[in-house]
Design a binder for this molecule. Structure first.
Ligand code: ADP
Length: 183
């Protein structure tokens, strides 16, 4: 499923994000940039150890990455040039600034992608695994935030693909996609 927004395309895809070629691949990281399970584990396994070496240097320089922000590394053996390591919020009750922090992840990644000349970007559904963000709400934030960015006349990104894992997540994203950007 995809839709044209401004001069760009927003698309939905179901599957393993490490198999999906893009200039920049988003990752759901943690503020210690320490590596973990879920999509982060899959990205490090597929990309190889060079990604963690770069993160260690960033960690030594900055002390970590705050929630709502992101850092960029190269992509090792992944079919990409860059990985955008975003630190999503842990979901509590939705009233602790979670939507704004999640939106800020997507915005920071898109800005970093543009600054580094990436034209195509893929994102996993940040925070919806161990961080517990309800899929429905996370889908709305992801779709709205990316669509808002693509609508800006100065946007340099040509295609963003939201890559979700599993049929249940795809169904939720498709429904929000239809409501928010197709109709
Ligand atoms: P977080 O800590 O931000 O919640 P997780 O990695 O636990 O991050 O989960 C984020 C989302 O990524 C979940 O919806 C999970 O199903 C999905 N996911 C896990 N592995 C992959 C993968 N290889 N490709 C795409 N999405 C994945």
């Amino acid at each position: 499923m995809e839709v044209r927004i401004g001069a760009s395309v927003l698309a939905l895809w179901e599957g393993d994000i490490t198999k999906f070629p893009a200039d920049a691949i988003g990752n759901a990281a943690n503020s210690a940039l320490a590596g973990g399970g879920g999509v982060d584990g899959a990205i490090h396994r597929a990309g190889g150890p060079s990604i963690m070496r770069e993160l260690d240097l960033i960690l030594a320089r900055t002390g970590g990455c705050p929630t709502g922000s992101a850092v960029l590394t190269s992509a090792g053996k992944l079919p990409a040039r860059f990985v955008l390591h975003a630190v999503g919020p842990v979901y509590r009750d939705g009233r602790q600034g979670e939507p704004e922090l999640l939106a800020s992840c997507y915005r920071t990644c898109l800005r970093l992608a543009e600054e580094n000349g990436a034209k195509t970007v893929s994102f996993p559904s940040i925070s919806t695994g161990v961080y517990g963000y309800p899929m429905e709400e996370a889908a709305e934030v992801a779709i709205r935030t990316v669509a808002d960015h693509l609508r800006r006349p100065e946007c340099k990104i040509e295609r963003v693909t939201l890559v979700v894992f599993g049929a249940a997540a795809l169904e939720i994203y498709e429904r929000r996609f239809r409501d928010l950007v197709i109709s």
